[in-house]
Design a protein around this ligand. Structure first.
Ligand SMILES: [Zn+2]
Length: 502
């Protein structure tokens, strides 16, 4: 996601504008491969993706062979499936906003059992594939998509940057996937550059990527590199992201049994970057685990990207992209933004990666709970990360100042968000609404009001229960509201629900 934050601290109003991409989550006692993912009854399910990828760093292109294992968990035969390939939409977006008009991508062919399948794409990024034989209920088939895409010259979730000491390639949003579907309806949200419109379906991944020797490959799941070929495996993941770079080194350490690979770039601020990120990772995982539950995977990779000034990071299962721009490209390192942003993206491992939701239609769920984790749990935790941040950044607020700023936000919540309902997708915004207001700010205020009304003990019990029940499943607004009412069905809580939901 990308977002803007406004934090006012006591008499001084400090406006921090940050564009965050989105978020992720993590785990420990309960590694994802030993857990059961959500019930799939009623849907056409992508069980696994096997990919062969070839990254051409000179041509800035990616060749992909993607084999999708698809299971029909509906009660009717299926003779057509929909594949999403977001690369044409990303190229079109970059052409419009970044004057980047030379990028192309193309599907070369779609096959099953080596027989070609007919496909058509009348709508951007939506590819309808006709199966040669109907897929009967409970049966599985594999289809192979061959494609090739240019990699945009833009440091974003799909794109690359070149610096004097090398390249960073971010490969995500560029792999074709089976469209999400529910009760025989395909969900066809458009590409959404301000936030996410990804698939939330859980699948296993087995990937072989070819790249130049000497490049680090950082990915969702675990990676093993030999001689310019990296094998990536991931279990129970909602998405796959791969960062390939010859500019990165790493620190490896353990937090609560989870292996952390913390990558960094070489600059005048490297020592500070390494220390701050390590402390933030340790404290964030500690407080989220204690309050919400175990991190869902065995490994967490943190990769520094150069998204530009004012932007935040991005979450994937088991992988977080931080924005290291001010530490690498800048002369003024913005430690406060890095600390808040990284704690946010780590929080997404709990809400996004473990508890899934439709990030486009109901982005308030993953962004709201994650913002709550960032501000209320990590932000108010008086630990080593907080202490170090205050040492190195004069602008950063103390815990007392953070509490005062959050209280101030609460004062005007009811005026600011009248008739702006959390369960509103971006295509239904009124013209004065922008992405971020509802998904981050209002949803956070909703959860604060709820916590105050329910009391900390009941609210924390609800939070843990939400995490347990929807671990590797998907929660929607109705499910979250129903669970809230199981814990507190008082008049006060119902009034809060009526204010924030339509
Ligand atoms: Zn987020």
């Amino acid at each position: 996601m990308k977002k803007k934050i406004v934090i006012s601290v006591c008499a001084i109003i400090i406006i921090a504008v940050g564009l965050f991409f989105a978020c992720q989550k993590s785990g420990l006692i309960n590694p994802a491969k030993n857990r059961t993912s959500g019930a799939t009854a009623g849907k056409i399910d992508a069980v696994s993706y096997r990919m062969k990828l070839d990254l051409d760093v000179n041509a800035k292109s990616l060749t992909e062979e993607v084999k999708m294992e698809i299971k029909n968990d509906t009660s009717e035969p299926v003779d057509e499936v929909i594949i999403r390939d977001m690369t044409p939409s990303i190229h079109a977006y970059n052409k419009q906003y970044y004057d980047n008009d030379t990028q192309t991508s193309a599907i070369i062919g779609i096959t099953s059992n080596e027989q070609p399948l007919a496909y058509s794409s009348k709508q951007e990024s939506v590819v309808r594939v006709k199966l040669n034989e109907a897929l009967k209920p409970h049966e599985t088939t594999t289809i192979t998509v061959d494609m090739k895409t240019d990699i945009p010259d833009r440091q974003d979730r799909f794109g690359y940057v070149k610096r004097k000491d090398g390249y960073i390639f971010a490969l995500s949003f560029c792999f074709p996937y089976l469209a999400d579907n529910k009760n025989s309806e395909w969900i066809l949200h458009p590409y959404f550059d301000d936030g996410e419109s990804r698939s939330y379906d859980i699948a296993d991944y087995d990937i072989e990527i070819h790249h130049p020797k000497g490049y680090a490959v950082i990915a969702t799941g675990t990676e093993e590199t030999n001689d310019g070929v990296t094998r990536i495996t991931a279990h129970n993941a909602r998405d796959m992201a791969i960062v390939v770079s010859n500019m990165m080194q790493k620190d490896t350490f353990e937090v609560k049994g989870i292996t952390i690979n913390n990558y960094y770039l070489d600059s005048q601020y490297t020592a500070t970057y390494r220390k701050l990120t390590e402390l933030v990772i340790k404290d964030a995982i500690q407080v989220y685990t204690d309050t919400v539950g175990a991190y869902p995977y065995e490994e967490l990779d943190v990769a520094p990207l150069l998204f530009g000034f004012g932007f935040g990071g991005m979450e994937y299962p088991g992988l977080v992209m931080t924005n290291a721009t001010s530490f690498y490209d800048g002369t003024l390192m913005d430690a406060w933004s890095l600390s808040d942003g990284l704690s946010h993206e780590i929080g997404h491992q709990w809400f996004y990666a473990a508890v899934g939701n439709d990030e486009y239609a109901e982005g308030w769920i993953d962004e709201g709970f994650t913002t709550y984790l960032e501000r209320q749990l990590f932000g108010l935790y008086d630990g080593d990360a907080q202490h170090y941040l205050l040492e190195i950044d004069d602008m950063a607020p103390s815990v007392e100042e953070r509490i005062a700023a959050l209280d101030e936000l609460m004062q005007t919540a009811r005026q600011d968000y009248k008739k702006m309902y959390l369960n509103t997708s971006p295509d239904r915004y009124t013209k004065d609404q922008s992405y971020g207001e509802i998904e981050y700010e209002e949803s956070y205020l909703f959860l604060q009001e709820l916590r105050i009304a329910m009391g900390d003990d009941t609210f924390n019990a609800f939070l843990k229960d939400l995490y347990d029940r929807y671990d590797l499943k998907e929660a929607d607004s109705d499910a979250v509201i129903a669970l809230i009412r199981e814990y507190d069905n008082s008049k006060t809580v119902n009034e809060i629900l009526r204010f924030y939901f339509k």
